[in-house]
Design a protein around this ligand. Structure first.
Ligand code: SF4
Length: 89
């Protein structure tokens, strides 16, 4: 079951990463079948065979940043803002 879950892909997965209103998981054979039948969402999908041939397979989801990295970035923004306010005024 876990192996099957890993081989599923989000249909559609937009090339530009924009969210979709209706998405579901499909296995590769269903994806290929839909592409053969010219499913209307395939043209802008990162799983489209032409796009995969040129760019490789998309990752299923962006890697989440570790919490420490996010907190450090927020602290740096605060420091920059404080420095700017001090300089200006
Ligand atoms: S290529 Fe088409 S069928 Fe395959 S995941 Fe994308 S939209 Fe779905």
């Amino acid at each position: 079951m876990a192996l099957q879950e890993q081989s599923l892909q989000i249909c559609p997965t937009r090339i530009d990463g924009s969210p979709v209103l209706l998405a579901h998981k499909v296995d590769r054979s269903r994806c290929q079948d839909r592409q053969r039948k010219r499913y209307h969402k395939c043209f802008t999908c990162a799983w489209n065979n032409n796009y995969v041939a040129a760019h490789g397979e998309p990752s299923q989801a962006p890697e989440p940043k570790p919490l420490a990295a996010v907190e450090e970035a927020e602290v740096q923004v605060s420091r920059d803002l404080e420095e700017t306010v001090t300089r200006v005024g």
